[in-house]
Design a protein around this ligand. Sequence first.
Ligand SMILES: Cc1cc2nc3c(=O)[nH]c(=O)nc-3n(C[C@H](O)[C@H](O)[C@H](O)COP(=O)(O)O)c2cc1C
Length: 412
Amino acid sequence: MLMQNLNGKNVLLGVCGSIAAYKSAELIRLLQEQGARVRVVMTASAQEFITPLTLQTLSKHPVRTDLMDPVAEATMGHIELARWADLVLVAPATQEFMAKLVHGRAADLLSAICSVADVPMMLAPAMNHSMWMNAATQENRQQLIKRGIYFVGPDVGEQACGEHGPGRLVDLESLVAAAAKLYENDLLAGISVIVSAGPTREAIDPVRYLSNRSSGKMAYAIAEAAQEAGAKVTLVSGPVALPTPSKVERIDVISAEQMLGAITSLLAQSDIFVSAAAVADYRPVKFVNQKIKKDKRTQSLELERTPDILKTVREQSEDLFIVGFAAETENLEIYAKQKLASKGMNMIAANLVGEQQGFEQDDNALELFWPKNKDQDNMIIQHKSLEMRPKPKLARQLIAFIAERYYAKTTS
Ligand SMILES: Cc1cc2nc3c(=O)[nH]c(=O)nc-3n(C[C@H](O)[C@H](O)[C@H](O)COP(=O)(O)O)c2cc1C
């Protein structure tokens, strides 16, 4: 069954030295069927039970086994691998691995990755029932749960050693379902969210247009994160080459004028507007009906301002919670604060753009600003930084913060 929540997620699968390690081969396939990208890290003991070659073939990526591996470190280092992951899933997790995790050990690759990963971590233990019921193992489990690590299983039943009890690796479908459930939350349950995305194109003649380098990746990640948080999401999207996130409604537009029209038609039934599109500021005053010929040595184009979407939306909807974006190449904070105050936004997410930053990139960082008071002339502005990370992770953090601010505002 397709559960969607793992679709497009990066799953780092840790495999430990349990007899159940052979099941990780099937687990990789099940995760991939859900649309997840899987990379595998095996402990030394795990390789006694199943070969890296098998898991490499199934995951379609080299399996990482050593921390001190100069070749692997030169490509995707262990810290990078931890940053790549949206989820660290250790299945099967051994008694030994749980003990190491409790103590924050970092002498082997999997432990080292777990010690730096700042994403959800889930363990699926598998061991003999006496190992599982051992007092130290149970205390370790409690410790790890306290630290926010998720557990799935183990199941009770017939064990590989012929004994019976709790310790079997949970059945793989339940394991995948539990992992998918991690990405569901109800932070924005029942809330309607508009997300604007991508660039706009302002036509010059039938074959040419003015546009910008926005890829839409950040906005699409925000739409997906809002949907995962239980919101009803409508993406109003300029032309981008991205698939529509599941359960998100998408309205395609080309120009700033069309984007404004689509957004205003949704205002009556919306609670939050995240304006993440890179709307063209100017458009040609005149659209030339036929292709402009190259018969002149120089050519000029007269431009006029496109409609101000944020300003218009605020005028039409006083109560809407508006989150703007500011993409700047310099003076980020100053411009962001000016924009926040002048457009009546509830929050602004500012990021630097330019060479290797912001547009078209997979990673991003955001500076968030929001007003503490309503006095336009004496506005006290608060600030929070969301550090550089892959856009899907950043989007989930942003949505969690938007939810916090939205409820603070609606209940104040
Ligand atoms: C045949 C065999 C099966 C094992 N099965 C398990 C198991 O299911 N669970 C477990 O916690 N340890 C099991 N062990 C013990 C672990 O392999 C051992 O504690 C090892 O040090 C774990 O290392 P790792 O956590 O780095 O993979 C088994 C050992 C052998 C020889």
